[in-house]
Design a protein around this ligand. Sequence first.
Ligand SMILES: Cc1cc2nc3c(=O)[nH]c(=O)nc-3n(C[C@H](O)[C@H](O)[C@H](O)COP(=O)(O)OP(=O)(O)OC[C@H]3O[C@@H](n4cnc5c(N)ncnc54)[C@H](O)[C@@H]3O)c2cc1C
Length: 312
Amino acid sequence: MSVLVVAEHLRGELRPVTLELVSAARELEGPVAVAAIANDPTHLADQLNVEGVDEILAVRVAPDEFENDVYQQAVEALIEQRAPDVVLTAFTVNSMGYAPALAAKLGLGFASDVFSLRNEDGALVAERSFYGAKVNAELEFPGKERVLLMLRPTAWPPAEGAGSATVTEVEVPLNGSRARHLDFHEVEAADVDITTADFLLSVGRGIGDKENLAQFEELADSMGATLSVSRPLVDAGWMPNARQVGQSGKTVQPKVYLALGISGAVQHLAGMKTSGTIIAVNSDPEAAIFNVAHYGAVADLFEVAEELEKLF
Ligand SMILES: Cc1cc2nc3c(=O)[nH]c(=O)nc-3n(C[C@H](O)[C@H](O)[C@H](O)COP(=O)(O)OP(=O)(O)OC[C@H]3O[C@@H](n4cnc5c(N)ncnc54)[C@H](O)[C@@H]3O)c2cc1C
């Protein structure tokens, strides 16, 4: 099966996920071409010349940095010119901006967050999970002559070893770009790392108001815990993203996870369900958090907090 890998780069450096895509591409047992879409693609070509890459397609475009619509047009043109059986992109915020749209436009088979794939007698089989990682499923793409997959970063080892790829300069027609990358803004360093804490006191929307947060910050301090939160508190701007537990936040595995006023949505559970001991306090006896909690109290969280304040 012939494969087209779309390289990702940032500030002139190849992103490590690109070499992971190359490892995945090699498993499909066919020629592997890697597209370097950049203002200076030849600079990237050196970094892309690893074992397993047969051809590097150097596509020169005006912007230095990633732009959704530039990539969408360039990859579409490459698919038309090269007709690969499989297109591999990374499951990253960049590729999410154009790859699903391109798959829909061209009627390609499509799957995101894929962590395993294989060529089964000429048919592509990809694996991904569903329902907040409760179920893994194998996907086939019957009737699709071409498939675009977005692969989960870190699921494959990076390809290594010197390669002997040929470099081909490819022209693609581009109709301008609706967006322009202007600048980078560095994310402020996180004040704490909740992923390494042994004891997390985690609060959710049940605390009601921003004003109540201070009480739980103090409680966490006196208990020797680190404060973490569910997503609504981050969305509301009450706490920085670095404190968020869950699918779109951090995955944590403390020895003790004490959840106050958190309902236990699958996206939250995805980030904490493997904690050592989970203790949940919720006024709703049906709250889903109790399904994963080792100890639970159907109680008002403020009353529990008051009792804890007396103890610590
Ligand atoms: C793509 C996507 C990604 C997401 N990622 C994340 C993520 O990373 N992390 C995350 O947390 N969420 C995430 N979410 C949101 C998630 O679906 C839930 O909306 C969120 O987790 C709910 O947060 P909560 O439990 O604090 O709030 P709620 O669901 O509103 O629950 C509040 C709970 O507090 C209880 N309560 C209220 N008052 C009291 C009281 N006085 N005493 C005791 N209990 C009380 C209620 O019974 C309720 O169970 C994501 C959603 C989507 C769609």
